[in-house]
Design a protein around this ligand. Structure first.
Ligand SMILES: CC/C=C\C/C=C\C/C=C\C/C=C\C/C=C\C/C=C\C=C\C(=O)SCCNC(=O)CCNC(=O)[C@H](O)C(C)(C)COP(=O)(O)OP(=O)(O)OC[C@H]1O[C@@H](n2cnc3c(N)ncnc32)[C@H](O)[C@@H]1OP(=O)(O)O
Ligand SMILES: NC(=O)C1=CN([C@@H]2O[C@H](COP(=O)(O)OP(=O)(O)OC[C@H]3O[C@@H](n4cnc5c(N)ncnc54)[C@H](OP(=O)(O)O)[C@@H]3O)[C@@H](O)[C@H]2O)C=CC1
Length: 245
C-alpha cells in the first residue's frame, strides 16, 4: 500500500499521448464514484486538454457535454469517450462567441441530461504573432473566443441553471501573461482578463452556491496549443524578433 507521506509517483500519472484518444489504462486519482451521475459541460471538449478533462470526469462517473464549432470532431470524440468510459457524452455544436448558440445548446443539455453540475471553460484560440504584425481583427478574435466566450458561456449557464442549483465553474487559463511572453499579447491579455473574471464571478456568484476557479497550465505536450507554440521555429522567430530592436 502507498504511504500517504510518499509523493505521488510520476509513473502513476496518465500516459502522454499525441492524439485525441482515450488512455489505454487509468489509475483513479480519487474515488471512481466521485462524480457519479453529475453532468459536466466542457467547451472545446472534443480535442486536446478539453478531451482529456472530459475523459477523466467520465471515468469518475460523470456524463458530459462537449461543445464547440466542428461537429465531425465532436462526434468522433464523443464516440471514443463513451466507448472508453461507459458514460454518456453529448457532442453539441456551438460557437462561444455567439450567445444564441450557447443558449440552444444549454437548453438541449437540460432537455437530454436534466442538469449541469460543472462547467469547464476550455475553448480558446491562439497562434504566435508579434504585436506589430497582429491585425486589429486578430487581437479581437482571441479576446472574443477566450474572454467573451468564457463570460458568455458562464452567464448562460448561470441564468439557466446554476443560479437556482449551484455548481462549479473551472476556467482554463495560461501562465503566458504572468511575465509578458513575446508573441502572445493577444492570448496573454485574454487569459489575464479571464483570471480577473474568475475572481469577480466567484465573489458575485458564491452566495448562490457557485464556485468559480481557474487552472493555469504550463505547456502540455500532445496538444494543439503545444504544437502551435513550441516548435523550435517559433523560438527562432522570437529571437529574430528580439534582435531587431
Ligand atoms: C526566446 C524564446 C522566447 C519565447 C518563445 C516564444 C514562444 C513560445 C514558446 C514556447 C511555448 C511553449 C509551449 C506553449 C505553452 C503554453 C501554451 C499556452 C496557451 C495556449 C493556448 C492555446 O493553445 S489555445 C488553443 C489553440 N488551438 C487553437 O487555436 C484552435 C482554434 N483556433 C482557430 O480556430 C483559429 O486559429 C483562430 C484562433 C484564428 C480563430 O479562427 P476564426 O474565427 O476562423 O478566425 P480567422 O478568421 O481565421 O482569423 C481571425 C483573424 O486572426 C488572424 N489570424 C489567424 N491566424 C493567424 C496567425 N497564425 N497569425 C496572425 N494572425 C492570424 C486572421 O488573419 C484574421 O485577421 P484579419 O485581420 O486577417 O481578418
Ligand atoms: N496546450 C497547452 O500547452 C496549453 C493550453 N492551455 C489552454 O488549454 C485550453 C485547451 O487548449 P489545447 O487543448 O491546447 O487546444 P485545442 O486547440 O485542442 O482546444 C481548443 C478547443 O477550443 C475549441 N474552440 C475554439 N474556438 C472556439 C469557438 N469560437 N467556440 C467554441 N469552441 C471553440 C476548439 O474546437 P472547434 O475547432 O471544434 O471549435 C478546440 O476543441 C485552452 O484554453 C488553452 O488556452 C493553457 C496552457 C497551456
Amino acid at each position: 500500500m502507498t504511504s500517504l507521506a510518499e509523493p505521488y509517483k510520476v509513473r502513476n500519472l496518465p500516459e502522454d499521448v499525441e492524439t485525441d484518444d482515450c488512455l489505454t489504462s487509468y489509475k483513479h486519482i480519487y474515488c471512481p464514484e466521485l462524480l457519479r451521475d453529475q453532468v459536466a459541460f466542457i467547451t472545446g471538449g472534443g480535442t486536446g486538454i478539453g478531451f482529456r478533462i472530459a475523459e477523466v470526469l467520465m471515468r469518475h462517473g460523470c456524463d458530459t457535454v462537449i461543445a464547440s464549432r466542428n461537429p465531425e470532431k465532436l462526434s468522433e470524440a464523443a464516440r471514443k469517450l463513451t466507448s472508453a468510459t461507459g458514460r454518456q457524452c453529448l457532442p453539441l455544436q456551438m460557437d462561444v462567441r455567439q450567445p444564441d448558440t450557447i443558449s440552444s445548446v444549454v437548453d438541449e443539455t437540460l432537455k437530454q441530461l436534466g442538469r449541469v453540475d460543472i462547467l469547464v471553460n476550455n475553448a480558446a484560440g491562439n497562434f504566435l504573432c508579434p504585436a506589430t504584425s497582429l491585425s486589429f481583427n486578430a487581437f479581437r478574435t482571441i479576446l472574443e473566443i477566450d474572454t467573451m466566450g468564457t463570460f458568455n458561456t458562464s452567464k448562460v449557464l448561470y441564468d439557466k441553471w446554476f443560479k437556482d442549483h449551484g455548481g462549479s465553474i473551472v476556467n482554463i487559463s495560461a501562465t503566458l501573461g504572468y511575465r509578458g511572453q513575446a508573441l502572445q499579447v493577444h492570448a496573454g491579455s485574454a487569459k489575464a482578463a479571464n483570471d480577473a473574471m474568475t475572481r469577480h464571478l466567484a465573489v458575485e456568484w458564491g452566495p448562490s452556491g457557485v464556485r468559480v476557479n481557474t487552472v493555469a497550465p504550463g505547456p502540455i505536450s500532445g496538444t494543439e496549443g503545444f504544437r502551435r507554440l513550441s516548435k523550435y521555429m517559433c523560438v527562432l522567430a522570437c529571437i529574430l524578433f528580439m534582435v531587431t530592436f
